[in-house]
Design a protein around this ligand. Structure first.
Ligand code: ADP
Ligand code: MG
Length: 693
């Protein structure tokens, strides 16, 4: 049954209207089934007309009214102000961009139907950039879906694409006939569930849709969890035929020497996790362990100690990080720790000079370099290890499948593979993680090293920038250093770069005599390295940067971070960024500057998100709220934050469904392999490989 088309409004042009096809692909919406599984974030009710006098501030409404005044102006900026009257009250519609045809459709006397959010204010009731069309058309019979999308992909376009995908997609049942449904409610078919969720009838309980407790949601979440479990079990079964070197602890060797030489004592959590890893790698089956620990928990030293166990047993270890800056920082730290112990560390990166690179490759192939640190360069084809036994992947969520698989292939002996340690900073509770990652062992560092002072977070409007600059001066005069982060958004990278450059110029002018540096992702690597070196050594006071400092950077003397347009970041991203300060003993602060949209206020959601950041420092709690506020449908966001690749299910709520999927998966693989395969392909398509690596 094809989904009913919802009435489409004439949306005013926005400057990002281009390339919707490209955007679809980027969001992973390639197949019909992908479109069918792209579920609404929320709904709008266009099934009735609201009287203006009944509408309250902040409410999204649909009205029908007559245009009683219309005025286009160019100064102070181009805008069109249209006043409408519906007999109960009036309202002003404001447009900052509009086509002549639209202006004509809004001329005095026109009867129009308008949809938008009502705002109060000194101009009276206002709607910013509402959608509109001639009055009198039929009212919608189903709720109108609002889909997660990106700027380049307008709702109306996406809505048509999804309706098309839904009508064409193959939706036969894949659940085995005997699969017992966990919930108290009746099992809805996949097709019924999807048709319903895309176009629910207006009498449905909004609450059941919003909290995703409706049977249709339950069905979708269960399906998704089953796909994850099946895919991970398949990967685990494939790995069971493989062998890995046994790396047994040698008393008094490098591992123990490093432990002795460290300038600090391990926390209890670090110690426990170290033991878990040591036990794994002492066996001849390949370790496949995820090490979770909040930002600053001290994962690197745990990885270094594991590397020493491998080296003590006569093997090599590789450590791979997602960015050059992060890899370099690891390299520096590891050399500091290991050079005195006589361990040679090799360094590999894409930007390296040919001569140095050739030297490094020789050291790695001969086995002289026991530890190899680098970026993606580590897994390139021509890199040959003598005997790789342990691979560590930092910020694992930033690596693609192909890259992780390639690292495993660096083990030269057929039938053998290296032990794999993956590290990540976005934690989910351990028990949950163990159920969810059917294919992984999970270790958690759940305590921070002692002596850290919590970072005080302030949410401040962008028009109080001057106060913030004074704060910066105060920190600098105490010998501290400051990060200033500017957002970099893919769609308008060039523009954001201009902003970062302008901010850099402003700060340089406002802080005479202070060295202010600029770091952005388009700079040549050598320049980045130079800037980072100056900041790390302390000769640079302020570092203005786009998000490149997001992962891993460790400068304990930095005590203030200002994040501009904080409302544009995901919470987990903000948490990672904030984790860059408060690493030393000085009291540290994070200022979240928010910009207000043109003539308006920060949206309710945006305010809630920033408030959540100021309230908590717990990475798990933040990841949870991020999903809660943005909706788990924010697939891109989830991937960005490194949270598990779940779009619909929420591990903190759907434990019963997870248990159901976990119990069903092995049985299904054994008895209905064809259904299992069909199910995995439908849900994960090309992405199922992600979970295997
Ligand atoms: P992350 O888990 O975010 O990768 P790092 O490994 O970068 O954290 O560690 C953060 C900082 O804490 C580093 O400077 C590291 O040397 C230091 N550190 C690690 N463990 C301890 C500890 N037990 N006591 C004190 N400092 C520690
Ligand atoms: Mg780290």
């Amino acid at each position: 049954m094809p989904a009913p088309e919802s009435p489409s409004f004439v949306a005013p042009p926005t400057k990002a209207l281009s390339m919707p096809q490209k955007a679809l692909r980027k969001m992973g919406l390639a197949r019909d089934i992908d479109l069918a599984l792209h579920l609404p974030l929320r709904y709008e009710d266009e099934t009735h007309i609201t009287r203006l006098s009944d509408a309250h501030d902040g409410q999204s409404v649909q009205i029908e009214a007559k245009v009683i005044a219309a005025q286009a102006s160019l100064r102070p900026r181009k805008q069109l102000l249209v006043t409408v009257d519906d007999g109960s009250d009036t309202c002003t519609l404001r447009f900052f961009s509009f086509y002549p045809a639209q202006q004509k459709a809004l001329s005095v006397g026109a009867q129009i139907r308008v949809r938008g959010e009502i705002r109060g204010g000194f101009m009276g009731r206002t709607m910013m950039h509402p959608s509109f069309k001639p009055a009198g058309g039929e009212l919608a019979t189903a709720l109108t879906p609002i889909y997660p999308t990106v700027a380049a992909l307008p709702q109306a376009y996406l809505r048509r694409a999804v309706a098309g995908g839904l009508s064409r997609a193959e939706l036969s049942e894949t659940l085995p006939p005997q699969a017992r449904w966990p919930g108290p409610q009746k099992l809805m078919s996949l097709r019924q569930s999807l048709v319903f969720l895309h176009h629910p009838s207006p009498d449905v309980s909004m609450a059941a849709l919003e909290d995703r407790s409706h049977p249709a949601w339950q069905r979708l979440k269960a399906e998704e969890l089953l796909a994850q479990q099946l895919s991970q079990l398949t990967a685990k079964q494939e790995r069971q035929h493989l062998r890995a070197p046994t790396l047994v602890h040698k008393a008094g060797a490098l591992h123990d020497q490093l432990l002795q030489a460290l300038p600090f004592r391990l926390t209890a959590a670090q110690h426990r996790v170290g033991q878990e890893i040591a036990q794994d790698i002492a066996h001849n089956a390949p370790m496949h362990r995820l090490l979770q620990g909040d930002v600053g928990a001290g994962k690197t030293v745990v990885a270094a100690l594991a590397a020493m166990l491998a080296i003590d047993a006569g093997w090599q270890c590789a450590l791979m990080a997602p960015t050059e800056i992060l890899a370099q920082q690891h390299f520096k730290k590891l050399v500091d720790w290991l050079a005195p112990l006589g361990v040679q560390v090799a360094w590999l990166t894409g930007s390296q000079k040919k001569k140095e690179r050739t030297q490094m490759l020789a050291l790695i192939e001969s086995g002289q370099a026991a530890l190899v640190v680098g970026t993606h360069a580590v897994i390139q084809e021509h890199v040959r290890f003598k005997n790789l036994a342990l691979a560590v992947i930092d910020e694992q969520h930033r690596f693609g499948v192909a890259q992780r698989l390639a690292l495993r292939e660096k083990m030269q002996d057929a039938g053998m593979e290296p032990h794999l340690l993956m590290m990540t900073a976005t934690p989910i509770p351990r028990t949950l993680a163990m159920s969810y990652y059917a294919d992984l062992e999970v270790s958690v560092i759940d305590e921070l090293p002692p002596g850290r002072t919590p970072v005080v977070t302030k949410v401040i409007s962008d028009n109080r920038r001057e106060e913030v600059v004074q704060r910066i001066s105060a920190q600098l005069s105490q010998g501290r250093q400051v990060y200033w982060v500017c957002p970099l958004i893919e769609e308008s990278e060039a523009l954001d770069l201009t902003n970062a450059t302008a901010t850099h110029a402003d700060l340089s002018a406002a802080l005479p005599g202070v060295s202010v540096g600029l770091l952005h992702s388009r700079m040549p690597v050598a320049d980045k390295r130079e800037i980072m070196a100056q900041f790390t050594q302390g000769s640079m006071g302020v570092l203005v940067s786009t998000t490149v400092i997001e992962v891993g950077v460790d400068v304990p003397n930095a005590s203030l971070m200002v994040i501009e347009h904080a409302e544009r970041f995901g919470l987990s991203q903000l948490h990672q960024l904030r984790g860059r300060v408060g690493r030393g003993s000085a009291a540290s602060a994070c200022v979240l500057l928010f910009g207000t949209p043109e003539g308006g206020r920060l949206s309710q959601t945006a305010r809630e998100r920033l408030r959540a950041m100021a309230q908590t420092h717990d990475g798990f709690e933040i990841a949870r709220r991020d999903l809660e506020i943005r909706g788990p449908g924010e697939f891109l966001g989830a991937r960005q934050s490194g949270a598990p690749m779940l779009r619909f299910a929420d591990l903190s709520v759907d434990i019963a469904l997870l248990e159901w999927a976990r119990a069903l998966a092995p049985d299904m693989l054994a008895k209905h392999p064809a259904l299992a395969e069909q199910h995995i392909a439908r849900w994960l398509g090309g992405k199922s490989e992600y979970l295997k690596a």
